[in-house]
Design a protein around this ligand. Structure first.
Ligand SMILES: *Cc1c(COP(=O)(O)O)cnc(C)c1O
Length: 340
């Protein structure tokens, strides 16, 4: 079996999930009578400390649905310059919600309080309205944003009556690192989107949580976006296991990444970026003069290891539920044999 380090999205469902999916009680979720989906949404809302939640097809869908539901066309939204919404969502906010993105420079996902204050628009005929602030935790670059920063930004948002959405694709990873429940993080948000299909191993889906009123409007917008799905209980059955039983494994995934990072960093020419080593990701640089990207990617593939090419000149290896301790040893040996 190949060792797949491209992302935690590659995680396949567990046997227990597959059994639950095969036997799931289903209905038609557009008619609102898919009982397993109702249970998933209730469970997500309770875990996140929100009134209601909504099952959606993907993390991108959940973020974009939140943006569409919180804002009006022509609004401006404040987002981290290196956020998933800015970098990896195909410019969807311009297409779907028709909003403009105002990037704030973050330090590994941490917002600068004074800069955010200065970016909020005042009442002037020339200005768009600031319709939303979006944060991300855990951040896609491997770091966890401290609760104090979320609390500070949420405070500013409330002062200006602007909603705050959290891209919590990996909120369970953040909670594991911070040693808190996910609801402690979600406390500083009006809405939060959580991916079930990353480190938590569900095959498909995310959940968007927020107030009753917000989720009712999001449910209608989800239909508009083509996300009204039918026998979703089959997916929700796996999602329930993901939320209830898989978070306990994340600490172990993080520890595997830490061990992998130390072993890789010990190899000449590999420089692990320790500043961003909080969750299941190891970012490192390896000069082209030592091995070029194509040879590194192909060389590892021939040894049974799948990785992505670089982004911003950095490699990223992601550990997850299906990477074993023996795999970590194999990965390090394979890298050494290519560049050692
Ligand atoms: C993965 C991810 C998403 C959503 O990804 P999908 O592939 O659309 O499910 C959103 N935000 C962050 C930070 C992510 O890592």
């Amino acid at each position: 079996m190949m060792i797949d380090l491209r992302s935690d999205t590659v995680t396949k469902p567990t046997d227990k999930m597959r059994n639950a999916m095969a036997n799931a009680l289903v209905g038609d979720d557009v008619y609102g009578d898919d009982l397993t989906t109702i249970e998933l949404e209730r469970t997500a809302a309770d875990l996140l400390g929100k009134e209601a939640a909504l099952f959606v097809p993907s993390g991108t869908f959940g973020n974009q649905l939140a943006i569409l539901t919180h804002t009006r066309r022509g609004d401006e939204i404040i987002v981290g310059h290196d956020s998933h919404i800015v970098l990896h969502e195909v410019g969807a906010a311009a297409v779907i919600a028709g909003v403009q993105l105002r990037a704030t420079t973050t330090k590994n996902g941490v917002f600068n309080v004074d800069e955010v204050k200065s970016l909020i628009r005042t009442d002037d005929i020339h200005y768009p309205d600031t319709g939303l602030i979006c944060m991300e935790n855990a951040h896609g670059n491997g770091t966890v944003v401290p609760l104090e920063n979320m609390e500070a930004i949420y405070g500013i948002a409330k002062e200006h009556a602007i909603p705050l959405h959290l891209d919590g694709a990996r909120i369970f990873n953040a909670a594991a690192v911070l040693g808190v429940d996910v609801k402690t993080i979600a406390e500083y948000t009006d809405s939060v989107n959580v991916c079930l299909s990353k480190g938590l191993c569900a095959p498909i889906g995310s959940v968007l949580a927020g107030s009753e009123n917000f989720i009712a409007r999001a449910r209608k917008n989800r239909k508009l976006m083509g996300g009204g799905m039918r026998q979703t209980g089959i997916l929700a059955a796996a999602g329930l296991i993901a939320m209830k039983e898989m978070p306990v494994f994340l600490k172990g995934d993080h520890a595997k990444a830490e061990r992998l990072a130390h072993a890789l960093d010990a190899i000449t020419n590999i420089d692990v970026i320790w500043e961003r080593r909080d969750i299941s990701m190891v970012f490192f640089t390896l000069p082209e003069s030592v091995i070029n990207e194509t040879n590194f990617v192909e060389g590892l593939r021939q040894k049974g290891i799948i990785i992505n090419g670089t982004e911003d000149k950095e490699y990223r290896f992601v550990t997850h539920h299906w990477i074993s301790d023996e795999d970590i040893v194999k990965i390090v040996e394979a890298v050494k044999s290519l560049i050692g």
